[in-house]
Design a protein around this ligand. Structure first.
Ligand code: CUA
Length: 309
């Protein structure tokens, strides 16, 4: 079953085109309603003060015509919308998602079930492939939307939603949480990085490598110890260590991420120091507590995390 939108093979183009049709029709109706309102206001204006203007009853004929037009327009859009939904949401009965994303207040957890990679916030995908996403939330309702890569969808605690994401060109695609989810909702940004399939494989292989365990330098080693001692491991996992908690973002290869805190800040030593020194000063409401660490402890932790490449 085809319709005028069938020429768009890309979901996003199809959604945008449907939106454009809707916008044009809605704009025409709006202008007609406003135009006629003004026209009749002036036409039936009383010419003299204190004189009742011409009174006219409605017209059955015009009312029937208008009701028919409205019904036809609604029916056409319902048809286009339903056929578009059916085309875009062709989810298999037993879906095998490529990527599982969980919304948290206020960051994104990303798991690649087929390869075992787990990461956070900076999300990688290969180009030229329709990617099946499985989405849920760990706390409140969030909403996933990277507008250049696909539709938008709610992430609901205790429930799995599915959608496709597609990037035809390599690049960085920005998005944002689109459902109010608390004080830091506005800074719950998304960055999806699309790589050519062979570059994606390289990234994936690198992610699967355990974090460098050979002693780097004293500060790195001290940071590694502190990370366990100060109970960072109660919330943060680092693959290749025994800690698997996922209350906070997985920090494996954290140093290779360009930004952190859901794309809020550039990932450098200055910002990381500010964050660990007093998380609430940087992102108020975030679940990360202030551990009241000494300057030298912070320096060691920053060195450790910065070198998890
Ligand atoms: Cu998450 Cu808004």
């Amino acid at each position: 079953m085809g319709n005028i939108l069938s020429v768009y093979t890309n979901d996003v183009d199809r959604i945008n085109e449907l939106f454009r049709y809707f916008l044009v029709v809605a704009a025409i109706i709006f202008l007609l309603v406003v135009g006629y309102t003004f026209y009749y206001v002036f036409k039936y204006q009383s010419k003299k003060q204190l004189e009742l203007p011409n009174q006219e009853e409605g017209s059955d004929r015009i009312e029937i015509i208008l009701a028919t037009i409205a019904t036809v327009i609604t029916a056409v859009f319902v048809y286009l919308t339903i056929t578009s939904i059916n085309t875009i949401q062709k989810i298999p009965e037993h879906p095998k998602p490529f990527l599982e994303i969980t919304g948290h207040q206020w960051w994104w957890e990303a798991k690649y079930p087929q390869s075992g990679v787990i990461t956070a916030n900076q999300i990688y995908i290969p180009t030229g492939k329709k990617i099946l996403l499985k989405l849920t939330s760990a706390d409140v309702v969030h909403d996933w939307w990277v507008y250049k890569l696909g539709r938008k969808i709610d992430m609901i605690p205790g429930r799995y939603n599915y959608m496709y994401m597609y990037a035809d060109k390599p690049g960085e695609y920005l998005g944002a949480c689109s459902e109010f989810c608390g004080v830091e909702h506005a800074r719950m940004r998304i960055r999806v990085i699309a790589l050519k399939p062979k570059d994606f494989k390289v990234w994936q292989k690198h992610q699967l490598q355990p974090v460098v365990s050979k002693p780097k330098d004293a500060l790195f080693e001290k940071g590694k110890e502190l990370f366990e001692e100060k109970t960072c491991t109660n919330c943060h996992a680092i693959n290749g260590t025994p800690h698997k908690e996922d209350i906070g973002p997985n920090l494996t290869h954290f140093g290779s991420r360009k930004r952190f805190l859901s794309d809020m800040l550039v990932n450098n030593k200055t910002n990381l120091t500010a964050w660990i020194t007093n998380p609430q000063n940087v992102k108020s409401g975030a679940k990360m507590p202030n551990f009241i660490l000494s300057k030298s402890e912070i320096k060691a932790l920053v060195t450790y995390l910065h070198n998890l490449k």
